[in-house]
Every structure is written in C-alpha cells, then in structure tokens.
Design a protein around this ligand. Sequence first.
Ligand code: NAD
Length: 488
Amino acid sequence: MTDTNLPTFDGRAFINGDRVAAISGQTFDCISPVDGRVLTAVARSGEADVNAAVAAARAAFEDRRWSGMAPAARKRVMIKFADLVAAAGDELALTEALDMGKPVKYAKGVDVNAAANCIRWYGEAVDKIYDEIAPTADTALALITRQPVGVVGVIVPWNYPMIMAAWKIAPALAAGNSVVLKPSEKSPLTALRLAELALQAGIPAGVFNVVPGFGPEAGSPLALHMDVDCIAFTGSTPVGKKIHMMAGQSNLKRAWTELGGKSPNIVFADCPDLDRSVEAAVGSIFFNQGESCNAPSRLFVEESIKDAFLEKALKLVPGYQPGNPLDKNTVMGAIVDQVQLDNVMRYIGLGQSEGAKLLAGGALASPVAGGCYVQPTIFDGVKPEMTIAREEIFGPVLSVLSFSDAADVVKQANASVYGLQAAVWTRDINKAHGVARALRAGTVHVNSYDEDDITVPFGGFKQSGVGRDKSLHAFDKYTETKTTWIRI
Ligand code: NAD
C-alpha cells in the first residue's frame, strides 16, 4: 500500500457535533503497529474537554430532541446510522487495520459487520419493548416504565475498537441517552468516525461525543464526573476496579464493567471430533493476535489424548504466522503497540523460566519492517501455579494443561480470578451439562468455542466484570426503572 491510498485521518475530538482540538492544544501521535508510521496527531483530551463533552451531552439530553423522540423515529435514525457504518466498511476496516494491527479481512468481515449489525439490532429492538402494569388493586394503576439514565460515559479498550464501542453506544443511544465515549489511546480513529456517521444519520449534535486521550487524563474525569449518570467500561480488571471506585466516590453513577479473562477450554477424550476441537483451540487463541478478552488461553486436554491433540495442533501453527495486516490473505496481524509486544514477550520469558515447555513460537516476527509482530506460541506442561496459567497475557500464547477427570478439571478451571468464558468438548451429554453448570463463567460453549450472536448476553462472573453487554439485557444498563402510581 502506498501512502496515497491511505484514508486521511482526523484525530480531533468530536464534541457537540463538531471536530475540535483539545482545549490545551495538546496532541499525541497515533502510531500504526503495522510499520511504525505516524497516522495522525490525536487530540489529547483532558478534564476541560471532558467537561465540555459532558455539558454538550447533558444539554442534548435535556432538550429532548433525541431522548424524547418516539422510539419508532429513533429506530429509523439508528438503522440509517448502521447503514452508513456498513457503507463506510472499506474505509473503517483499513483504518482499524492500520490503527490496531488486525488483519484487514477480519476488520471488515468481523469488526465492521458486527458493529453495524449491533447498531441496527438495537435500533430495530427499541420500538418493540413494552412497559408493564403491576397487578395492584382496582383503585390504582402502577405503571412500570423504563427511562434513559441520562448521560452515559463509555470507556473502551483497543482490541475491538468499533465492536466494543458499538456494544455500548448502540443500546445506550437507542434507549434515548446521550453518550460521551473515550476510546483507547492506542486505537482512537474509528470511534471518531462513528460519531461523524451518527451525526450524518440524524442523531442530533451533542448526543454522541468522543474525547480521545489517555486513561488517567480523559477516562478518569469521565468516571468521576458529577453529571455523568452511568459509566460503561470495557478494559482490564485493575482499571475496572478503579472505575467502580470512581463511580462510588463521585455521584454513585451506575458502573458497568466488562473486564479481563483467562478462559478455560476443556477437551475430554470423548470429544465428538478431535480435528474440530484442535482447529477451534488453535484458531480461537490466535484470532485477533490473541488480543481477545475471551480468548481460550488455558487449554485443558485430557491426558490420554494430549499427545495426539498437540501433534495436530502443531501442524496448524504455520498457518498463523503473522503477515502484513493490509494484505487480504493475512490471518494474524500486528500486536497493538510496542508496550503490548514487550508485555507478551515478558510472559513468554516467564513461561520458559518457570519451566513450561515451549512447543511453538516464542520469538518476534517481522513480516513488515518497523511493526510489532510475534510468532504464534504454544506452551505445554503448564502447571496451574505458573504465571502463564494465571495471568491474562493478551497475546497469541496458548498454555496447555492436562487433567484426569471432570471433577479435577472443573476445580482447575475455576481456580482463576476471572470467569468470562469457557468451553467443554465431550460427546457425553450428562458430562457436558454437569461441567457447563459447574464452570463459573458468563458464557460456556459445548463442542464449540466461538458461537456468537448479538441476541445473547455477554459478560463475566467474578473479576471479569459486572453486567452484560449485547442482547436485550444490555438495556438494563442504560435505563432506569420508574414506578408511577395512578389513583383511579
Ligand atoms: P485498559 O484497562 O488498560 O484500558 C481500557 C480503557 O480504559 C482505555 O480506554 C484506557 O485509556 C482507559 N483507562 C486506563 N486507565 C484509566 C483510568 N485510570 N481511568 C479511566 N480510564 C482508564 O485495557 P486495555 O489494555 O485497553 O484492554 C485490554 C483489556 O480489556 C484486557 O484485560 C481485556 O480482557 C479487556 N477486555 C474485556 C472485554 C470484555 O468484554 N470483557 C472485551 C475486550 C477487552
């Protein structure tokens, strides 16, 4: 790709329907992990910018052009918004690939599609939800209605910038709220374009604002803001804990968190199809360079089939060697930045020094000079107490453990602070039910890993977070329940 083929990037914030520089005038470089080039200068938002965005969001909420719009009318605008996102698919996908390092084919086929679909789905849903009347005495009516919470602050990570934003802004906007979104400083560009497309679709100025910047400088003022009614966060568990504290120490805003994971993928010897289990185990850990909250990073294989399983797995690894994300055939791209690449390499070093057996990868790769790439990596002989079995690596590193029976593996799988996702592979329906029920995780797959649909809730048990994204359940986050008694 030559520079002349690149889209032009505008890194300014989006407040009250306009592109604006940070009030301080400060910017930071948006660096592509593909080859280290600077894509653009991005507004370095701070407290003053967050205040301006929240004020715009509040004013837009109070003027009721959006919050008071009939749901059927809001639906039409949301659907137009989704159509515009889909129509800008090539540009958004290229931007995401350059900004975040994911292969352009997945940026288009997965990220753009999922974001557009999510926006459309919540738009279509919003005029099909009825309120309730409580079964009270004849002398009174008690109406139970849903109302938007008001101004919703949204903070998202860098791994699926558009999807993570869409999972929150779509239900929040469809429910009639105003939003201030802070994208990750590592991948801010597509969020800014989403706000432009929302305005173009007819979402009034001020309803959807974006303040790019760093967590402590732009995220914290949003989480602490006294005029933000709800903060919806996706990111790491340590920062998620801070978000709950900031919500509590400010105005007790509703706080929803989607956090980290160390998901167990459990393969019994009686799995229905060994090849399919192997493909899912390998494909899912290396998808998005392993930078997925729900990546199956702990693979438990029953001792009796472990050798056969790993032999097949190793044959698949060459197919996941990193390539140029802009090449349409690439399936594994760049790690988001040098900091994260160093982090992944540190974990690989810890795996080796703590005694795990390196079966594949373990080294840097360089399909494009100046970029951030690592080989797909598999460790065998991982013990539950090792760092690579306990901590979220967020890179293409698979830790393989073994087990003797169902009770043993449930105990090992649940021995984690996380509880986001899990899978169990077996032909035995009783065992599948028993293990799925015993696993402490928000999502459990049986004989698959990556079933996905906007219609199902997604979120974590334990320190993987509080609340659920996706499905109609997400509206619970962005609406307040009101009881209105009417004497008759
Ligand atoms: P992170 O927690 O470092 O950052 C997430 C966001 O929070 C970013 O926008 C960042 O700028 C902001 N932030 C950082 N410090 C802050 C502070 N003090 N106050 C307010 N905001 C702050 O996470 P990350 O590295 O961007 O993303 C990776 C993490 O996200 C992983 O742990 C991953 O599992 C998790 N994740 C979870 C889900 C899920 O649905 N459960 C989905 C995707 C990613």
